[in-house]
Write a protein that binds this ligand. Sequence first.
Ligand code: OGA
Ligand code: NI
Length: 355
Amino acid sequence: MESLGSSLPVPNVQELAKENISAVPDRYIRPDREAAIVSGSDGIPNIPVIDFQSLFDGESAPAERERLHRACKEWGLFQLINHEVNTEIVDKMKEETQGFFASPFEEKKSLSQVPGEIEGYGQAFVVSNDQKLDWADMFYLVTHPVSLRKPHIWQMLSTSFRSAIENYAIETQKLVIKILELMANNLGMKKEELHESFEDGMQAMRMNYYPPCPQPELVIGLSPHSDGIGLTLLLQLSDVQGLQVKKDGEWIPVSLLQNAFVVNIGDIMEIISNGVYCSVEHRAVVSHDAERMSIATFFSPNMNVEFGPAPSLITPETPPLFKRVGTAEFFKNLFTRKLQGRAYIDDLRIEKRNE
Ligand code: OGA
Ligand code: NI
């Protein structure tokens, strides 16, 4: 496969945070940062929690499936509990990721992004030298299909890290197929349409490391964005929180439950559902004392197909709202931009004709 894109090299934030600076460099200061609702205030709506087992249990299934549908329409995200991904596989993935970020900088550098590539250790979505930067480092790699794996990255992984990633990739893939099938069913989409797009779909992982920060309220760990993929499963590595979602114009902190995944609708799923589901805008904030880590696993259509609003959802009353686009082209364009809320999906909208 051709490269998905690239990002300009930036300083390593984990190393910067070790320098005991009392003020963060100007490039990380975000005067445009919007305040969030204070966690624990009255009237903060709760992020929906979906019980995976209930979705298949004869008695509770219809109501739980309806709750799932509402969560996708009204929130674009939910926490998934009682999912089937084996705890040992999840724990191993957490442990290996923690081990990777805790290893000496010199070692991590062997996995650095090479010029012209987005995969590897570094940062994404940096397209200009005067753009503000996020207070985080990341390690990004494509995990599925196997033919798209980059040998120069996979060969550098320790055996235990590689096998943790492989096992986690397989288990999360199985889970996501089941979730997508439930969504297709809820939407009234033909199952084949889903399979045509997601068969041998692309799966990638982004491991995020957010170091502690002397001025956490001035920086952003991960800029506001919607995920430019189909569906995301987010795993947080400890109980240090930092994810926030934008709902009705307000930033709401998400308090992740133990053993839960956050599932969020990405831009591609919003497009396939012809706007019935919404890809939620979210960001990550950082803290003064604690490091935070997360793993976002992204599921997308096959790189060789085109996707667009599902034909079975198009009617005279619900004309297509988005253009069709090839998956590979979608990614190529995604990585040439900086993260900016929902700007990318808005560009794929079919312009309303003036009447
Ligand atoms: C992402 C993401 C949030 C987090 O990687 O796309 O939104 O809490 N991560 O790390
Ligand atoms: Ni995201």
